[in-house]
Ligand binder design. Structure first.
Ligand SMILES: Cc1cc2nc3c(=O)[nH]c(=O)nc-3n(C[C@H](O)[C@H](O)[C@H](O)COP(=O)(O)OP(=O)(O)OC[C@H]3O[C@@H](n4cnc5c(N)ncnc54)[C@H](O)[C@@H]3O)c2cc1C
Length: 431
């Protein structure tokens, strides 16, 4: 890796989660140095699984990260997106089997992965030219008279950069520097809580379960609740997320004033699902120390960019997790941004135009996925209600829900962005 950055602009990344780190690695692969500022004393991830759809995998591949990640995590693609929707009640009657539907193709495969292992793999791809700074909590970002950005930290220090990439997650501080109307309340509680837990597959088998937990992503659906279960760690562990929604209150009307994540007694979860079917009860029984997450999402931002400041990941488009698409959209952001920043014609003088092109591509798509993710939760948790009761009705709602997310041509996005830049005077140099 050359000791001098390939570009004439300095890059700072606020937030060292999966998207911030992927961005640092993606830039480094294009010879662009960056400084990463992370509020925590070390990089860390929640001890749970994450599902990555085919679009997320393509973005990681395009960034040059996927093979190294898969090699390091030793998690074969055990969790092809053989999505199965079953009733949460009774004998778990099949509602919709994505694999046997006419739309499924092998290209729709995805994976489930243990988050800490994933983060560890990305961390190991960070070159020395990406300087990491821990215990650096960004409190605000200002713009100097010369047009550079100045990041202010809680410890009283500052850092100046030509380009700041805000990757500081759902409670992003950098978002307020992008917002045209920073006073507007953007985060809304979805009235859904999620209980998370990991259970060994052997334990579920001993309980006499018949669901294909070790090879399929299963969604147990029902009224006001649903559960997502998928295998991680080569099929040995089942990652379980059990959702409960209060549809009696309007969306956005409740503000969660306490912590968004808390440990709760096992009994609380048992009480929520006490009348569900056998395989659900087997999962719930063994989620002995569940954590409860208050699920929030953003009301869509009008723009992910301001000046030479760009948002990626949850900072830009935190969404409900019902399509398992949040981090995948973040990786798409990172892919498009790294491709555009690494383009031979990109330099300090046209950086703002390049970021506008990034925004024009990413903002509509990520916000579409944000809206669809919320809608998916409503579909799953209305199963059994009028309009969602029969197999045909629910299949009607589920059909086509995945394809716009999974089957998207990111290279075409980048080509369109470069073409529009050329129309506006971007020097014609081939990538
Ligand atoms: C229950 C649940 C299940 C989910 N399942 C899936 C799934 O299966 N598939 C999927 O694609 N997505 C899923 N998601 C969404 C996914 O977790 C997020 O989209 C993803 O973690 C966002 O990554 P990020 O890097 O943008 O933000 P984060 O992971 O939140 O990282 C932000 C980083 O910035 C740091 N930071 C924060 N504030 C500051 C500051 N002021 N200064 C400096 N650093 C700061 C944080 O410490 C953190 O390291 C799920 C979410 C939930 C809640």
């Amino acid at each position: 890796m050359p000791s001098v950055s390939s570009k004439d602009f300095r890059v700072a990344i606020v937030g060292g989660g999966l998207c911030g780190l992927a961005c640092a690695v993606g830039l480094a692969k294009r010879g662009i140095h960056s400084d990463v500022f992370e509020t925590a004393p070390k990089f860390d991830e929640v001890g749970a699984g994450v599902g990555l759809g085919p679009n997320a995998l393509r973005a990681l591949k395009g960034l040059g990260l996927l093979d190294a990640i898969l090699a390091r995590t030793e998690e074969a693609q055990q969790t092809a997106r053989r999505m199965l929707y079953v009733s949460g009640l009774g004998a778990h009657e099949t509602v919709y089997d994505y694999e046997t539907s006419s739309v499924f193709t092998e290209a729709d495969d995805g994976i489930g992965i243990y988050r800490p292992a994933f983060l560890d793999a990305v961390m190991h791809l960070l070159p020395d030219t990406s300087r990491t700074h821990f215990n650096k909590r960004c409190t605000s970002i200002s713009t100097t008279e010369s047009g550079t950005h100045c990041i202010h930290f809680a410890d009283g220090t500052t850092h100046e950069a030509d380009l700041v990439i805000g990757a500081d997650g759902i409670k992003s501080v950098s978002r307020s520097a992008v917002e045209l109307n920073p006073e507007k309340r953007r985060l809304q509680f979805t009235n859904t809580v999620a209980y998370r837990g990991l259970v060994p597959i052997t334990t579920l088998r001993q309980e006499g379960t018949t669901t294909e937990f070790d090879t399929r992503l299963c969604s147990f659906i029902g009224i006001d609740k649903h559960i997502i279960a998928f295998p991680i760690q080569s099929g040995k562990i089942v990652n379980i997320v059990a959702f409960v929604t209060d549809f009696s209150v309007p969306l956005g009307s409740v503000e969660v004033t306490g912590p968004w994540v808390e440990a709760v007694p096992h009994q609380e979860l048992l009480d929520k699902y006490d009348d569900w079917g056998h395989d659900v009860m087997a999962m719930i029984k063994h989620m002995k120390s569940p954590s409860k997450w208050s699920i929030h999402m953003l009301t869509p931002l009008e723009s992910f960019v301001r000046g030479k400041l760009a948002l990626v990941g949850d900072a830009a488009h935190a969404m409900a997790p019902h399509l398992g698409a949040g981090v995948g959209q973040g990786f798409e952001d990172v892919f498009v941004l790294c491709k555009l920043l690494g383009h031979p014609s990109t330099n300090l003088s046209n950086l703002e135009a390049v970021l506008k092109a990034y925004d024009a591509i990413r903002q509509p798509r990520a916000n579409m996925v944000l809206k669809e993710s919320y809608r998916a939760g409503v579909v799953y948790e209305n199963f059994g209600k009028p309009g969602y009761s029969t197999g045909d009705q629910i299949r009607g709602h589920l059909t086509g829900i995945w394809e716009p997310i999974w089957r998207h041509d990111l290279d075409a996005d980048v080509a369109a962005a470069v073409a529009s830049l050329k129309e506006h005077g971007f020097p014609v140099v081939t990538d």
